[in-house]
Write a new protein. Structure first.
Ligand SMILES: N[C@@H](CCC(=O)N[C@@H](CS)C(=O)NCC(=O)O)C(=O)O
Length: 234
């Protein structure tokens, strides 16, 4: 049975806007769907924040959603929780919804080479090192998946005319496409441009650029990814 949300009691705990790709997913989803929440930012203070984050997160990771006396962890767990309480998390059309479930879970459980070789760093532009075969396959899969969703469900969002969770899950990849100049095909690039222009993505980007924190491990991952051609951060 559907549980009614209690207005304004959500607290979403996230980390640095510049680096934290998993944080972006529920933050963007809630902003895009106008679900009110209080923000709590826990910046990365070290290469490993597990012990400190365990004070509020059972996995020692962000994002975490606090709803009254409940703690919901993992970006997919948070999304499923919100979907029980709010309209619009998933596409209304059954075929688009089935496709969006699969595409969202694919993002959640795959794309390891993309995550490790093209770390999210919103404010920076990079000429990447030559892509490994695994990364090439994953970029080709992104192009295929986005083109399929846009063609089947009519766009401009991945699974239809409304922004849904599948867009939120691929949103960090849009920042990666821009940072590393990845070729995701014409249709894929149209979606990337569309989501980068979303007011909530622009808000996240503004906050990322204003951050003065630099976390050594994330910066080292970036340096390993290629040569930095621009850095727009404060
Ligand atoms: N599967 C988790 C992954 C969460 C995750 O990896 N979070 C990273 C931040 S983007 C984290 O908290 N890392 C802790 C650290 O860097 O010490 C989810 O979907 O929420």
């Amino acid at each position: 049975m559907r549980e009614e949300p209690t207005a304004m009691r959500y607290v979403l705990i996230t980390a640095n806007r510049n680096y934290s790709s998993w944080s972006l997913r529920p933050w963007l989803l809630m902003k895009a769907l106008d679900i009110p929440f209080a923000e709590r930012l826990e910046p990365f203070a070290a290469a490993d924040n597990h012990a400190a984050f365990r004070a509020f997160s059972p996995t020692g990771q962000v994002p975490v959603l606090i709803d009254g006396d409940r703690t919901i962890w993992d970006s997919l767990g948070i999304t499923l929780y919100l979907a029980e309480r709010h309209d619009g998390v998933w596409p209304a059309d059954a075929e688009a919804r089935a496709w969006a479930y699969a595409a969202t879970c694919e993002m959640h459980g795959s794309f390891g080479a993309l995550r490790s070789d093209c770390t999210m760093n919103v404010g920076v532009r990079v000429t990447p090192r030559p892509a490994s075969p695994a990364l090439q396959r994953q970029i080709a899969r992104l192009a295929e998946l986005w083109a399929e969703g846009l063609a089947r469900f009519g766009g401009p969002w991945i699974a239809g005319d409304a922004f849904t969770a599948v867009d939120a899950f691929y949103a960090p990849v849009a920042f990666r496409v821009r940072t590393y100049g990845l070729d995701v095909g014409t249709a894929g690039q149209a979606w990337v441009d569309h989501i980068l222009a979303h007011p909530a993505m622009r808000e996240w980007e503004r906050m990322a650029l204003a951050e003065t924190w630099r976390e050594a491990e994330h910066e080292a991952e970036l340096a390993a990814a290629g040569s930095i051609t621009a850095d727009y951060r404060t």
